[in-house]
Design a protein around this ligand. Structure first.
Ligand SMILES: Nc1nc2c(ncn2[C@@H]2O[C@H](COP(=O)(O)OP(=O)(O)OP(=O)(O)O)[C@@H](O)[C@H]2O)c(=O)[nH]1
Ligand SMILES: [Zn+2]
Length: 207
């Protein structure tokens, strides 16, 4: 039996959870059960390899449970010519899965921070989004986890995170509100205290 890891609250990285991870065979059997439940024949030729493919796909969708956000943000650079203004990486594409329906939600993240003691590599912000997106999520929790990780690991003077996404559980099923976009944002530090900084963030995103 394989001890499973899962995030515990906030931005916690990995920890041994109180449940055990099913085997590959058990996971594939579960997929066959769902195929039959949906009304198809798991033994027909076209579906024979599907359980293996689905578990491999799940391995990619949910790879974030074993990835460590702290490691991603561990390297910073101080030689930036004294630059201490907003660093914004916008339009970071992400796809995640809602924890209610296990259906994708897909969108863009915008991340800004005001450096305090060095900057982080730009790609690391996109990697950070990816780690948390590759877990079962709500958009609110994803927003909070991203900004908490930035604050905990970079200690910036301020941080701002905005996510815009379409939830397939709202468009492909249920209310079928195609094209509806959910927007979440969170500000901390200077961005939370100063409306001028918030407005600069919004203006830079729109530009
Ligand atoms: N706040 C929030 N809600 C979400 C998110 N993703 C999905 N949901 C919502 O989670 C809710 C679950 O509601 P339930 O009534 O328990 O489930 P349901 O019967 O499938 O709901 P419907 O989608 O309205 O058919 C739905 O309103 C979804 O739109 C998210 O990231 N954040
Ligand atoms: Zn959902």
């Amino acid at each position: 039996m394989d001890a499973f890891t899962k995030p515990i609250g906030g931005t916690a990285t990995t920890a041994v959870a109180s449940f055990t991870r099913p085997t590959q065979e058990e996971a594939e059997a579960a997929v066959r059960t769902l195929l039959a439940w949906a009304g198809d024949d798991p033994t027909r030729e076209g579906l024979l390899e599907t359980p293996g493919r689905v578990t491999r796909a799940f391995g990619e969708f949910f790879a974030g449970y074993t990835q460590n956000p702290k490691a991603i943000l561990s390297k910073t650079f101080k030689e930036v010519g004294g630059y201490d203004d907003i660093v914004l990486v916008k339009d970071i594409p992400f796809s995640s899965h809602c924890e209610h329906h296990m259906v994708p939600f897909v969108g863009k993240a915008h991340i800004a921070y005001l450096p305090h003691d060095g900057v982080v590599g730009l790609s690391k912000l996109a990697r950070l989004v990816d780690v948390f997106a590759r877990r079962l999520q709500t958009q609110e929790n994803l927003t909070a986890q991203i900004i908490d990780a930035i604050n905990e690991n970079l200690g910036p003077r301020g941080a701002a995170v905005m996510l815009e996404a379409e939830h397939m559980c709202m468009s492909m099923r249920g209310v079928r509100a195609h094209g509806a976009t959910t927007v979440t944002h969170r500000f901390t530090g200077v961005f939370a205290e100063d409306r001028v900084e918030q407005d600069r963030f919004f203006a830079m995103i729109k530009r």
